[in-house]
Design a protein around this ligand. Structure first.
Ligand code: ATP
Ligand code: MG
Length: 202
């Protein structure tokens, strides 16, 4: 595979239906934009079920890991789990697909040095009530695993962002055509990436 310059790293970001309904599109885009990352694709759309299931394709190991939380919650409450952990994990995937198809989403591609890690840092941990202060999930919403599980639904945490380069490229293909992805120069990028920074002094 061709080795790309670090400034070419791309991440896929999806603003979930709760972000749109809460009026947070601008706030979240601004938080990402002001880091210096470059927006190379953006659209608002309705996701169909196939797209949602493809996007949230999770293997059994993921389902097992996430499902164990439900199993442990049953045990902690003195109840016997009704099914295997992996089945609870599969329920989460279905609940996620229900969630992302419940209303419009905004999908984006952001590019720049460490784009994936930078957006994950801004997004914060998965569960909003325990995400760090200063993060998108920590500052802007209040959902928790406990409430999501009581109501058998996915955690509403405003934003999805890719967690590794292969995933970013896989996800981008699900949501965007080639011709929707722009290649262009941002004048401001010179400050971040120009080697000698010799265009400033007159
Ligand atoms: P994302 O992949 O959406 O960026 P993430 O990487 O922080 O979030 P994952 O562990 O990949 O979290 O889970 C994907 C999504 O599934 C979460 O963002 C959340 O909406 C939902 N989710 C995860 N675990 C649970 C759970 N135990 N109960 C309900 N929903 C969950
Ligand atoms: Mg994830």
């Amino acid at each position: 595979m061709e080795v790309l310059h670090p400034k070419k790293e791309r991440t896929f970001v999806l603003l979930k239906p709760d972000a749109i309904q809460r009026g947070l599109i601008g706030e979240i885009v601004q938080r990402i934009e002001r880091t210096g990352l470059k927006l190379v694709a953006l659209k608002i759309m309705l996701a169909n079920r196939e797209q949602a299931m493809e996007h949230y394709f999770k293997d059994d190991a993921w389902c097992e890991e996430k499902g164990m939380r439900a199993v442990n919650a049953f045990k902690a409450a003195g109840k016997t789990p009704e099914k295997e952990a992996v089945e609870y994990g599969r329920d989460i995937v279905r609940a996620l697909a229900d969630f992302v198809t419940s209303g419009p989403v905004v999908v984006m591609i952001w590019q720049g040095n460490e784009a994936i890690g930078v957006v994950r840092k801004l997004a914060g941990g998965t569960e909003p009530t325990t995400s760090d202060v200063g993060t998108i999930r920590g500052d802007l919403t209040i959902d928790s695993y406990r409430m999501a599980n009581v109501d058998s639904r996915a955690v509403r945490n405003l934003i999805h962002c890719s967690d590794k380069p292969e995933e970013a490229e896989r996800e981008i293909k699900i949501w965007f055509n080639e011709n929707e992805q722009l290649t262009y120069r941002l004048i401001n990028e010179e400050v971040l990436y120009d080697i000698n920074l010799d265009g400033i002094l007159e």
